[in-house]
Design a binder for this molecule. Sequence first.
Ligand code: MN
Length: 297
Amino acid sequence: MKLVSFDGGRVGVRAGDTEVIDITELVPGGHDADWPHSTMPRAIAAFDQIKARLDGSDAPLPRRALADIRLQAPVPRPGQLIALPANYDDHIGEMSSPNRADRNGFFVLSPTSISGPSDPIVLPELEGYRIDHECELAIVVGRPGFRIEAEQALEHIFGYSCLIDMTVRGPQERAMRKSFPSFTPLGPHLVTRDEVSDPDDLRLRLEVNGTVRHDGTTSDMIIGIRDAIVLISAVVPVEPGDVIATGTPAGVAAVGSGDRLRIEVQDVGAMELDVVQGNGGSNVAYAGRAPANVPGG
Ligand code: MN
């Protein structure tokens, strides 16, 4: 199944190419208008129960045309947004990076950086800095866990989504370079784990204005899907709706205002996003510190 968030945190299931079934009323606790971001994580946590009701013979649920709703990121505000750096050898090569996911582990980003398939990517005003796209498979956690073993790792995964990890290149902390609003587009939907044949063998591509920039496969990840769950949950308890960015293959390049990005992940989906120039965003740590040369594509 393909789950979506829409219209202020409502939760739906895709029905064919043009419709969404609104399952919000099946979510335990219902829709919380004061904290609408909580509805999808609660839906994920209770999805077995929701699915049983969906498959049952209860009164039909409301259907909405995709054209009449505004899609959000499937998990608009996860409790945790965790990412693997340097998880593909070809990307490590293009960046001449001393880092490697199996030595550096993971980092965390602000969940407020997440945006959805209807939102543009808004560039901050950072004089002299290069801002790149990265093309990634996102894992969405389904079952809570801590110190999870590899054999049980997949059982803690609810599903997958497409994720673009927008990145300012520079010497500053990763969290500050990757956490501007709209710097983590996620979507267009969340595909349940059963619809992905092998998450460790998925082709992922990103195009800029129709030109292919990334064309990789998750089979090249240094830390694979199961090991990502093991690595992260050794340190932090994971919870339903948590999002994990699994790293980018080679092909990173600068984006500018007016560009249109298209990401596609096999078995998962595709989405297209516009890039626009915004205002502000610089601070004392950025000012006057733009690197003269940034390796990479
Ligand atoms: Mn990344």
